[in-house]
Design a protein around this ligand. Sequence first.
Ligand code: SF4
Ligand code: SF4
Length: 196
Amino acid sequence: MTDKEKEVEKVFIGGLHEKLVEDKIIEESELDLNFSKEIRKYGGKDVMTCLQCGNCTGVCPISLKIAYKTRIIMKYCQFGLKKYTLDTRWVCATCYRCYEHCPADLNPAEVMIALRHIAIREGIIPPFIKTAATNLVKYGQSVKPDPEIDKIRIELGLKPIHTHDADYQTVIREIQVLVHASKYDKLIGIQEEVKV
Ligand code: SF4
Ligand code: SF4
């Protein structure tokens, strides 16, 4: 792995190392018996249908790389171990491979998305999420425009990104209106970036 790749990986998973609780004694008071219901409220399917077969972990590109195991997250969700699931959900790439291989027709990817919804509402927001949201309302995309990216775009036959162009400004304006109307700006804490 090159230094640059190592740096990218560090930024991506930095501070998000899975907290495995396999060897810990869990107190009953740590269990949130309404957790599976809460996951369903935010779009996840019923985690109680998980068979713990492990197919999802076996095909997950992230699980292959780091100590993040999809099956274990499903188990934590079943047991109501909410506090162990909310701070590491951001590593899921939402590639849906787990869904394709799940015999229970549970969709772990959407459970991960539901966990993000819950985490954000509990104020667990990793800095890079705030950065991506800020870039979205400022530049119309989650990544800040960069001359190096423009160079690659030109090589690929794409137009460079000119965020000051009138067309681009219209799109940014629409994004800002939507972000404000959905209260996403308040949820993430980027109200000062949204001019509506
Ligand atoms: S959607 Fe997430 S959990 Fe499922 S295989 Fe892809 S990265 Fe892994
Ligand atoms: S593939 Fe489906 S049933 Fe198997 S462990 Fe993963 S979520 Fe559970």
